[in-house]
Design a protein around this ligand. Structure first.
Ligand SMILES: Cc1ncc(COP(=O)(O)O)c(C=O)c1O
Length: 390
């Protein structure tokens, strides 16, 4: 089988049925498609025949992105969505019923936490949070109501890693499912379906897009589960947009080379900052000191530990704010996975939905700053981040 970069470049430029195929998938900036009969339209709307009817249901630019993502994640099918949150919502709502319960780690993206504890709780879906790093205690915590385990390959923002193969095995032995948010790893570093996961979601806004210029998401996995998620997206209007899908296709073509540079830069920065007096801990899975360091070799491609790290600064929240105010190369902004280095203070931004106790359970100390390492020269990043840390 050709390598990832070859497959990504081929798949992201594949336009079906064109006599002289363009090397880039055209941007089908259209809301609707002309048909020749009422019967044809009815068949298209019900997905009984291939083709497109209305861009809330499908669109050729989305279809090209979906085929590429399914191929690169090793799934039967994929559906793209308005955002990573729309994908997470569709994955959960298409699977869960009132009375079901989800188990998730306390360290997870704040938006997912808010969805589970807010909107889904109102509809009778329960959620319990416990570290997923200890498979035995996860097994003990499962009940007859536990319908699924929700894991992030590398957790936002603490970079805690989940043993996906062990969690899949645990879930399946109890007739439950494992869904994985693979945003931090990207399809280049990890393919959770191959490790036993039942469904994968991405915020394409991050590494797949890679340039901080689009918002989109995707659900990838077995055809039946993806079709169910697609129906939620259609009913709730969570579809992607043609321009976003076009940009995500362009991003996919360079994903492999970007992820390699993100990871080598991140390791250089993490090694340079570890042990500095002003930094209590550098959390990066590529460091030997990381509690799940051994999972990097088992789960991630070529031992590359991704581009996300967290710095736990001495001096709490004030130190965090000072750090963000002194950056000259990196930028203070929420989001991640882009060419430019982005730093944020999770407790007051991406994870502001968590209360004091939940923040503590997630290991989110007041002085913790999240760093999404970009593609700048590593020496410039080390100098900038070290100077900001003091
Ligand atoms: C791990 C993770 N999953 C999902 C999301 C949500 O993605 P989006 O902002 O595209 O809805 C984010 C956003 O930061 C994230 O970090």
């Amino acid at each position: 089988m050709p390598g990832f970069a070859t497959r990504a470049i081929r798949a992201a430029g594949r336009t079906p049925d064109a006599p002289q195929p363009p090397v880039n998938v055209p941007l089908y900036q259209t809301s609707t498609f002309e048909v020749s009969s009422a019967g044809e339209l009815a068949d298209l709307l019900e997905f009984r025949t291939p083709g497109h009817s209305y861009s809330r249901y499908s669109n050729p630019t989305f279809a090209a992105l979906e085929a590429a993502l399914a191929e690169l994640e090793g799934g039967e099918a994929a559906v793209v969505s308005a955002s990573g949150m729309a994908a997470i919502h569709a994955a959960l709502v298409s699977t869960l019923r009132p009375g079901d319960e989800v188990l998730a780690a306390p360290a997870l993206y704040g938006g997912t936490y808010a969805l589970l504890t807010g909107l889904l709780a109102r509809f009778g879906i329960g959620a319990r949070f416990l570290p997923l790093t200890d498979a035995a205690s996860v097994g003990e915590a499962m009940t007859d109501r536990t319908r699924l385990i929700w894991a992030e390959t590398i957790a936002n923002p603490t970079t805690e890693m989940a043993d996906l193969a062990a969690l899949a095995d645990l879930a399946h032995r109890r007739d439950a499912l494992l869904f994985v948010d693979n945003t931090f790893a990207s399809p280049y570093l990890c393919n959770p379906l191959a490790l036993g996961a039942d469904l994968v979601v991405h915020s394409l806004t991050k590494y797949v897009g890679g340039h901080s210029d689009l918002i989109a998401g995707a659900v990838i996995g077995p055809a039946e589960r993806v079709a169910a998620a697609r129906h939620v997206l259609i009913d709730a209007g969570g579809n992607s947009q043609p321009l976003e899908a076009f940009l995500a296709l362009r991003g996919l073509k360079t994903l492999a080379i970007r992820m390699e540079r993100h990871a080598t830069n991140a390791l250089t920065v993490a090694c340079a900052l570890e042990g500095r007096a002003t930094i209590r801990r550098v959390l990066y899975p590529g460091l030997r000191s990381h509690p799940q360091h051994e999972l990097v070799a088992r789960e991630l491609r070529d031992g590359l530990a991704g581009g996300m790290l967290a710095l736990d600064l001495e001096g709490g929240r004030d130190a965090g704010e000072r750090f963000l105010g002194q950056l000259r190369v990196a930028r203070h902004a929420t989001s991640l996975g882009s060419v430019e280095t982005l730093c944020s203070h999770p407790a007051s931004s991406s994870h502001r939905q968590l209360g004091e106790e939940e923040l503590a359970a997630a290991g989110l100390t007041p002085g913790l700053v999240r760093v999404s390492i970009g593609l700048e020269d590593a020496d410039d990043l080390v100098e900038d981040l070290a100077a900001a840390a003091g």
